[in-house]
Design a binder for this molecule. Structure first.
Ligand SMILES: *Cc1c(COP(=O)(O)O)cnc(C)c1O
Length: 470
């Protein structure tokens, strides 16, 4: 979200121009109003005119279905649209007022606890959030509080808490560390290792480590971090040193892919060291933005003093959230989607998305101009760069030129120590079909002869990350 700084002088000389046809009955009224852009208008505008003014301006936003940068759901069924419209007046925090919405939230938590193999799904605790970022803040806070309780003699006097993670973490973890004064200990990328591994994670841990974040999967290239290997390295560390360091799995995307497509992969509460897991309901949970989920394996993993209580049917209901008021529609839509698809439905949808990703990755690899870093076989997401010896253009040129055809194809540079490497990344989502991927390939193939004849990267803005890669 941009932090706005007001407007520059001269920005607002002319107000919004109202098409005479937008007036309700009298076309002349439209011509006489010109609501200012950056100040609250003095008087009202007719609803038709106001609606059209806003809509017209929004036409210039990109087409979300052609956005290959976002992980967030861009298509839902018409029934979900209706349901969400029917629930938009419900405030998630009013548990007493909307007890059925509260009940649906609880059922979703129970379903996820079961899906992620909580040892006792009835003992797991969890909540909905606005997205994974809020969920990660909550999970991080729980880790920090557990650590500070266990180290009450040293903190806050001298000890400074730290959190261990790969340099590839999503920006929410840097935020968590900045907001809550925790040192972010990041393992750099090395060679062809683009994410965290067990040995490097354990090597950065000490008595002030509140936890290790394992990402399933990485936003940079769609790869899964080896959660079981990270846990095993920490088991070994505990044996050697006595340090017992919990793991949080950031499953923003993968926690809704792996349970359906990689059932043998052990990454979740089956690993005793995994204290908490988050996911984005609005990514591969297949709901429009903003809903996320945070779950803890049991009550011990979530210190009681972080939990607040609101009225609920004459009793009280525990809540854990940064926000107070929040829309209920997304939670209803998540429950709808769980009910609508079931395990087999999710499996079919996610498998189709993975099939699209793998076949598109193969076709891009076969062009010869590019080198694939990942193949779409973990998250349905893959990253690629220009092949060795390609000097006529770079990834930034490809991104810019594909935008001319309407495709948002992000290009960005990897974090330390691989900031010599710049990539393109494609996020396949439900709704990006084989047909759409054919159209994408057609556009890319038509463009390549021009790029090959370019004689070098275009420079200037080339070499700068597109702003839409996260
Ligand atoms: C998207 C993402 C986040 C942030 O989630 P939001 O739901 O957008 O707040 C955190 N971690 C990972 C790995 C992600 O992919």
């Amino acid at each position: 979200m941009a932090l706005h700084e007001g407007t520059h002088a001269g920005d607002d000389k002319r107000g919004l121009s109202v098409n005479p046809f937008y007036g309700e009955a009298d076309p002349v009224t439209g011509m006489t109003t010109a609501p200012p852009r950056h100040a609250l208008p003095d008087g009202p505008t007719a609803p038709h005119a106001a609606y059209q003014l806003v809509r017209d301006e929004l036409m210039l936003d990109g087409n979300s279905r052609l956005n290959l940068a976002t992980f967030v759901t861009t298509w839902m069924e018409p029934q979900a649209d209706v349901l969400m419209a029917e629930c938009r007046d419900k405030n998630m925090i009013d548990k007493d007022e909307y007890p059925r919405t509260a009940e649906l939230e609880q059922r979703c938590v129970a379903m996820l606890a079961d899906l992620w193999h909580a040892p006792d799904p009835t003992a797991a605790v969890g909540c909905s959030t606005t997205g994974s970022s809020e969920a990660c803040m909550l999970a991080g806070l729980a880790l920090k509080r557990r650590w500070s309780r266990a180290n009450a003699d040293r903190y806050p006097a001298s000890a400074r808490p730290n959190l261990v993670m790969g340099a590839n973490v999503q920006v929410c973890w840097e935020k968590f560390c900045a907001f809550w004064e925790v040192e972010a200990r990041q393992v750099p990328m090395r060679g062809d290792r683009f994410h965290l591994d067990g040995e490097s994670a354990a090597a950065l841990c000490d008595e002030n480590t509140i936890g290790v974040v394992a990402v399933l999967g990485s936003t940079f290239d769609g790869s899964y971090e080896p959660v079981a290997e990270i846990c095993a390295a920490l088991d070994d560390l505990q044996e050697r040193t006595g340090l017992d360091i919990p793991v949080h799995v950031d499953g923003a995307s993968g926690a809704m892919i792996a349970p359906f497509l990689d059932r043998d992969l052990v990454w979740d509460f089956r690993l005793p060291r995994v204290a908490s897991v988050n996911t984005s309901g609005h990514k591969y949970g297949l709901v429009y933005p903003g809903v996320g989920w945070a779950l803890w394996r049991d009550k011990q993993a979530l210190p009681e003093e972080l939990v607040f209580h609101v009225d609920y049917l004459g009793g009280d209901m525990p809540t854990f959230a940064l926000n107070f008021s929040r829309p209920g529609a997304q939670v209803a839509a998540q429950y709808y989607t769980f009910l609508r698809l079931g395990r087999e439905g999710y499996r079919a949808v996610q498998q189709t998305t993975r099939d699209v990703a793998r076949s598109l990755a193969d076709r891009i690899g076969a062009l010869g101009d590019f080198r694939l870093l990942t193949y779409g076989d973990e998250l349905p997401v893959f990253a690629f760069t220009t092949a060795d010896g390609v000097t006529d253009f770079d990834v930034f040129d490809v991104s810019r030129r594909m935008r001319e055809r309407g495709w948002l194809l992000p290009a960005y540079t990897f974090p330390p120590d691989r900031d010599d490497l710049s990539v393109l990344r494609i996020v396949c989502r439900n709704g990006f079909s084989h047909d759409l991927s054919d159209l994408f390939m057609g556009d890319l193939e038509r463009l390549l002869p021009e790029l090959r004849a370019q004689g070098g990267p275009l420079g200037s803005r080339a070499g700068e990350d597109t702003s839409f890669h996260h």
